[in-house]
Design a protein around this ligand. Structure first.
Ligand code: UPG
Ligand code: MN
Length: 737
């Protein structure tokens, strides 16, 4: 087929958005430069006249510089917005499509209910792709028998489910979602008697399956086993041999020993890379988190529209689909949908050589993780072994094409392969090799996707973002503040670890990738530093107000207009962005609030963690996000009411700062009422205290008005009082100089 007249995909530049974005960037940059000029000149004047303390001015300047720098990096995402269309009907015949290995990771059945994990497994098996070309690998980092047994049950159910989906063209291929949502097959089918009967039958089967799995996870021990040898089970049965009608299913639980670091998810993925290379060795990998089920059965074909494009193929490392979630509330108070990342930033990066890898929902070329410089003829076996480890079979697989025949081989050979697979999943296998360092997923940071992605792009691989209108993968989003803050602390720690290392994209990137792309990566690595600005903005204006210090220009001063411009325009741009994806204006408020909450708490703690890790005081930690559904919690979330059941370490700073700002606002108003002429001098700082108190209203409500379980406990309010007294006395002392 002619690839230029009938391309497999098209990329469109969004011209009008591009023009708006660049104009905004131009004017905003000018405004920021004026503000910097204002600060420098007013600080210099103060320095000579000494008629006001200098520290508050300096701190505010630091905060403005930090925010401006982050803003500047952030604009790279807006530089070249594109969208993409695919034409899967132009793909070659099924027998010419490449095989795909699907990797699903699970770690802890207490946080990740096995039934949910199995739904992800089953949905992956039902993808619209030749069954004999799909192999599904489940990595169980919990090492729990429950998961293995549940998987056996899942295979039994899948044998009915997959044919059912194919026969009726079911669109929602995840059984749980299918049975809880509205009808989705063609209208014509709905009347069909046969369909009705089949659906009824399969629904009953699903109920039985779900009951069995739930019962197992309730009765058996679900505590992750941190000390066990490797388990690899290829789920074979008669139907698998000739003419595979079902995707292959493999259970892998790598060896775990307390003495050996296991490198969290990246370690699990590397074990899967090696084990799968012996069994199916497919050239492409679909990576999924255990809660991200497949919701668009055509995703593999759509991804192949890019991977099989002759113009892209040799340099394309992965096709990333957005992370989308099935349980987003219309009041997304925790910003669980991560709109700014998946609906704006990744799209923006796509216009400049491709988005960052985002951990789940990607079709990745296996080769991109190996970086093989050698051909089989000139390999130096010693060198290769130092790189990939001692397994000859694995090294052979590096040069071998897809290996679908493994199941047909004799029993002995098969057992031998399995033995080798366990060796590859043992924890000592990686000792003295380059796994996690130059080969496979990288270990250095807990945000393994981000860190691996930087290296991939630095080696001139490109990536593609594809965001079809029907969500391709759906995960379960966070529904409470505690999980949101824990996750965001882990991310901040992981990102800042990279940001503070020699691989910091701002230094390491520019010579190795397009400059705009390195700015995007730099923003991602450094955005937690916004905590510096947020802490300053939440304290200095109110402290200055209480100490009669003016840190902003008067309302009558021309510089006032520049401040006003920056504030209003950045918010308008934010609103435009939200409006363009059809979200409500409330989203703007929630996002602003979450940014403040996370900035004050998790970004501070995450950054501190990263620094302590650098100093060797702390170890990396990966607490899987909770995926258990709690009815009460979901109810609060759906109603848009915050659930403040979280640790005081998060709540105390929030409660204190919001209350103090409210207090200062009241004092500010009194000052204004008493000395009318004063208003123009303290307008901005009074407004800031008001803005913070307003944004923090739910915190005030949680402390003072609410009586339910999700309120802020009296104990926490007391701690906050103590902390406030500390902030006040220390702060008043600080701003006196
Ligand atoms: O030791 C571990 C820890 C986690 N996981 C798995 O990793 C996945 C992601 O963990 P989750 O707790 O859901 O973390 P999130 O913060 O929601 O994950 C996001 O952030 C991670 C780190 O950047 C990425 O790996 C994920 O793909 C991305 O969805 C889950 O399937 C876990 O089972 C493991 O396999 N082993
Ligand atoms: Mn997750």
């Amino acid at each position: 087929m002619n690839s230029t007249s009938h391309p497999l995909h098209l990329c469109h530049l969004k011209k009008s958005t591009l023009i708006i974005n660049r104009l905004y960037i131009l004017f905003h940059s000018i405004a920021i430069l004026i503000l910097i000029f204002f600060r420098i000149s007013s600080i210099l004047t103060l320095f000579h006249s000494k008629n006001q303390p200098l520290i508050p001015h300096l701190l505010i300047f630091i905060s403005e510089l930090t925010l401006s720098f982050l803003w500047f990096l952030n604009q790279s995402f807006y530089w070249r917005p594109v969208t993409r269309t695919v034409f899967p009907e132009r793909l070659p015949e099924d027998d010419q499509l490449p095989p795909i290995d699907i990797f699903i990771c699970t770690a802890d059945p207490r946080a990740e209910p096995p039934l949910g994990v199995m739904n992800t497994v089953i949905s992956a098996m039902a993808l619209n792709y030749p069954a004999e070309k799909l192999s599904v690998y489940l990595s169980d980092d919990g090492g729990c028998p429950v998961t293995l047994e549940a998987m056996r049950e899942a295979l039994k159910f899948a044998k009915m489910w997959v044919p059912f989906c194919k026969k009726y063209g079911v669109k929602t291929i995840c059984p749980e979602a299918y049975f809880t949502s509205e009808e989705d097959v063609d209208e014509a089918m709905v009347d069909s008697h046969e369909f009705g009967a089949d659906k009824h039958r399969i629904k009953e089967e699903y109920k039985l399956f779900a009951q069995k799995v739930t019962r197992m996870s309730e009765s058996e021990s679900c505590i992750p086993n941190k000390d066990h040898s490797a388990i690899v089970e290829v789920m074979v049965d008669e139907s698998m041999h000739d003419q595979r009608k079902m995707p292959l299913l493999v259970y892998v639980s790598r060896e775990k020993r307390p003495s050996h670091p296991h490198h969290f998810k990246a370690g699990a993925l590397n074990a899967l890379l090696r084990v799968s290379s012996l069994i199916s060795n497919s050239p492409y990998i679909l990576g999924l988190d255990c809660d991200m089920y497949c919701n668009n059965k055509n995703s593999a074909r759509e991804a192949m529209c890019f991977h099989l494009d002759p113009n892209l193929s040799s340099s394309l490392a992965f096709v990333q689909f957005p992370q989308t979630f099935h349980n987003i509330s219309k009041h997304d108070i925790y910003e669980s949908q991560l709109r700014c990342f998946f609906k704006t930033f990744w799209l923006g990066m796509d216009g400049i050589k491709g988005p960052c890898l985002s951990g789940t929902g990607y079709y990745l070329k296996r080769e991109a993780l190996y970086e093989l410089p050698l051909t089989q003829e000139d390999i130096n076996l010693m060198e290769v072994k130092q790189c990939f480890g001692s397994s000859n079979e694995f090294i052979r697989s590096l040069f071998k094409k897809y290996n679908a025949k493994v199941l047909d081989c004799e029993k002995d050979l098969f057992d031998e392969s399995l033995q080798e697979a366990k060796h590859l999943a043992s924890c000592a296998y990686e000792d003295d090799t380059k796994w996690g360092n130059e080969v496979g997923f990288r270990y250095f940071s807990v945000t393994e996707d981000f860190y691996t992605s930087i290296h991939t792009h630095c080696k001139h691989w490109i990536s593609v973002y594809h965001m079809p209108s029907r969500p391709t993968f759906l995960g379960s989003c966070i529904t409470n503040l505690n999980d949101a803050l824990i996750q965001s602390t882990r991310w901040s720690a992981g990102l800042m670890e990279v940001g503070l290392s020699r691989f910091s994209p701002i230094i390491y990137g520019p010579t190795r990738m397009p400059i705009l792309q390195s700015f995007c990566y730099a923003w991602l690595a450094l955005f937690p530093t916004a905590f510096i600005s947020l802490w300053i903005l939440a304290t200095i204006p109110f402290l200055s107000l209480l100490s009669h210090i003016t840190i902003y220009p008067k309302v009558t001063d021309p510089f006032f207009l520049v401040f006003l411009y920056v504030f209003v325009l950045s918010n308008l741009q934010h609103m435009r962005e939200i409006h363009s994806i059809g979200a409500s204006l409330q989203t703007w408020k929630y996002e602003q609030r979450v940014w403040m909450i996370k900035g004050i708490t998790s970004h501070l703690y995450g950054s501190t963690h990263a620094i302590m890790e650098k100093l060797g005081v702390k170890e990396a930690n990966f607490l899987p996000t909770n995926k258990v559904v709690n009815e009460d919690e979901v109810k609060l979330h759906q109603m848009g009411i915050y659930n403040f059941q979280t640790s005081s370490i998060f709540l105390v700073p929030l409660c204190s700062l919001v209350t103090l700002n409210l207090l200062a606002f009241v004092v500010g108003i009194i000052q204004i009422v008493l000395h009318g002429e004063y208003v123009d001098a303290i307008f901005i700082q009074t407004f800031l205290t008001f803005y913070i108190a307003l944004m923090g209203y739910p915190v005030l409500e949680g402390m003072m008005l609410r009586k339910d379980k999700g309120r802020i406990a009296t104990k926490v309010s007391c701690y906050s009082l103590i902390f406030s007294v500390f902030v006040l006395s220390f702060g008043r002392f600080l701003v006196a100089y």
